[in-house]
Design a protein around this ligand. Sequence first.
Ligand code: NDP
Length: 312
Amino acid sequence: MSDQNSSRILDGVRIGAAIQAEVAADIQVLAARGIRPGLAVVLVGDNPASQVYVRNKVKTSAALGIASEQITPDPAIPTEGLLEIVHGLNAREDIDGILVQLPLPPQVDARRLLEAVAPQKDVDGFHPLNVGRLQIGAPALAPCTPAGVIEILRRSGIAMAGANAVVVGRSDIVGKPMAALLLRENATVTVCHSRTRNLGEVCRTADILVAAIGRPGMIRADMVRDGAVLIDVGMNRVTRPEQFAQFFAGDPKREAAFAKNGSVLMGDIDPHAFAKASYYTPVPGGVGPLTIAMLMANTVRAARLRRGLPVA
Ligand code: NDP
């Protein structure tokens, strides 16, 4: 990556670390009042990616001074058993945040479970009450990944008010809350999905383009306007040599990584498109680190809101 590029990179590692430092400072303020925020993470099954995510969440909590605990019930646990666990956590005074790691095994009714989490402890922001509050602009716990994107934009001085923002993806955990948050920032928001006609044409209207699709390099350079801000939420593992070559041929760092590991992590935006961007988030090191930072921020926010203390 040339120096010319690096000045346009939105560095999620740096921004995530800054947020974590602020959270740690706030935890000290709460500690002086005898409050220690508590986070419970429920992990069902042996999905390797989920195990890594949960380990990182628990580790980061500990580093910042959040009391965290991991609950790993039998992978065959039925919905009722999990509901009991969640009800127990809802009732506990020392727990401020409850996170049920997704995806859940097929025997579990995920919706029922997510709706059982007390809304004031719903640090993932997935409960319908928090989804609704986000829509009407009332104080809410917002989903961590899109909330992290807003922090990247805000802290990088990128104007959202009046900007044309295009969000590709309409999932409940990224695309839809992303659109709601950008709208709250007064952007003019368009949401695209798999049935959108002329996707490239719509994307080219974007001052801020957020890709949350789950398809490696789907947003190509010709779909991007010169000077656009590109936010890549996608996290895809590329293992096929011809696909790798399509995106990274001539990039010595990535070539070395691919030769060593047999795969690389990439986003939903073709790296060739970054040359047209005014700013962009790399993968890895862009949006990813913000998700965990915002989870920590949400846990402290939940601890404050539940006690009637002011929040930023
Ligand atoms: P989902 O699979 O739930 O949603 C994908 C969305 O992309 C859907 O709305 C789908 O449309 C749309 N889509 C699929 N194909 C196309 C297409 N050809 N053209 C236009 N739109 C399309 O994924 P998530 O929202 O959960 O995640 C998206 C990506 O973000 C993934 O790569 C995931 O790994 C990553 N992610 C990263 C996080 C981070 O911390 N950085 C956190 C969460 C997710 P439709 O609704 O019509 O099917």
